[in-house]
Design a binder for this molecule. Structure first.
Ligand SMILES: Cc1cc2nc3c(=O)[nH]c(=O)nc-3n(C[C@H](O)[C@H](O)[C@H](O)COP(=O)(O)OP(=O)(O)OC[C@H]3O[C@@H](n4cnc5c(N)ncnc54)[C@H](O)[C@@H]3O)c2cc1C
Length: 323
């Protein structure tokens, strides 16, 4: 049996680690509890010839039904949030050190920044900043997942994106190098942090001081709108497709194109195109990855036939059969 520099599970079930509740197993699942452990686990995997995959909250992922060969590293146990040290003490090397004082949630101060490890939950960060009366993260209300996945995907919507609050990110590049990237060095795009495949280990986030009541009201308003428009209480992996270029779609989003193409309500097995929002596929019980992948192609074909547009996946697919 292989040994690893962090907690590790062989043949680990993955479906419960995704919001759509689909997926087989990982040959190895590593569960580092600290960014340094993550880096050690990543290097150990590479030394053994594996190209590790990174799993955040599994909220934008469709995992294949079989066993994924190799190593998956989850950020699940890397959920800490800190206050940064004052600027003059903020050395890149120890910025994410566990010695930093843990956050006191209700404390307010002039420095409206947080240091968050990759596994912090996005809803948790919405809650913390709402309680602090800090603005900038309201647009992430109702978006599941972890900070690292959110930075990698540039999660967000019409009320704001994650990169709006990123001051810097700590990454592990594909070449295995640790880097601290300032916001100005990065060029995030629509639903893409554009980090060249680097792993996000943590980030410094900068918010704006505001009134707690005002932040709370915006969060509640966005949550209400989101739950009225999207199947938020069902098992899904968020929006399946990216919105196409508005010039090509006459301003319509993917969900509107899918609805107009008559694809709402299409199903394969227990996978169903949501009646509430056409860009969501929900798992009504025992849907398999195959069901969802086939349904995605059905929807794509309908939209292409009707509008001559090819919808591009927003979700990431880890298909064991394709690995
Ligand atoms: C009900 C529902 C509503 C949603 N609403 C929205 C929305 O409004 N806006 C929106 O943008 N998204 C939305 N999503 C999708 C999802 O919440 C976001 O994409 C989120 O950022 C995914 O983060 P995650 O940690 O779950 O990433 P995962 O799904 O675990 O991973 C997604 C991708 O990011 C990579 N990744 C994960 N962690 C890291 C890391 N630390 N470093 C580098 N790469 C990493 C993975 O390898 C994978 O390629 C929704 C999803 C659901 C289920």
């Amino acid at each position: 049996m292989l040994s690893w520099p962090c907690a590790a599970l062989p043949e680990a079930e993955l479906s419960g680690r995704t919001t759509i509740r689909i997926g087989g197993r990982a040959e190895w699942l590593l569960e580092p509890a600290h960014p340094d452990e993550f880096v050690a686990g990543w290097h150990a995997a590479r030394e053994r010839g594996y190209e590790p995959r990174v799993l955040g909250g599994g909220a934008n992922l469709l995992l294949g039904d079989g066993t994924l060969p190799g190593v998956v590293i989850t950020t699940e146990r890397m959920g800490r949030v800190f206050r940064p040290r004052p600027d003059d003490e903020l050395g890149a090397a120890d910025e994410y050190a566990p010695l930093l004082p843990a956050l006191t949630p209700l404390e307010r101060g002039a420095d409206t920044r947080l240091v968050a490890w990759a596994g912090c939950s996005l809803p948790g960060l919405v809650r913390i900043t709402r309680e602090l009366g800090w603005s900038g993260f309201e647009g992430l209300a109702g978006v599941p997942g972890h900070l690292g996945g959110g930075v990698a995907m540039n999660a967000g919507g019409r009320w704001g994106e994650l990169w709006d609050v990123v001051e810097s990110v700590r990454v592990l590049t594909r070449a295995g190098e640790l880097q601290q990237l300032e916001r100005a060095q990065c060029a995030p795009r629509y639903r893409d942090g554009n980090l060249g495949g680097a792993v996000v280990l943590g980030a410094v986030l900068r918010f704006r001081a505001d009134e707690r009541a005002a932040v709370k009201e915006r969060v509640q308003g966005y949550l209400r709108e989101k739950s009225a428009a999207q199947p938020v209480t069902e098992h899904s992996c968020g929006c399946i497709f990216k919105n196409p270029d508005k010039n090509l779609s006459a301003g319509r989003g993917a969900g509107q194109l899918i609805e107009a193409a008559g694809a709402k309500g299409l199903r394969r097995g227990d996978a169903l195109v949501s009646e509430k929002h056409g860009n969501f596929i929900v798992n009504r019980g025992r849907a398999s990855a195959r069901d969802v992948l086939d349904l995605i192609e059905d929807v794509r074909a309908r939209v292409a036939d009707r509008f001559g547009l090819r919808l591009e996946n927003e979700i990431k697919v880890w298909d064991a059969s394709a690995s």
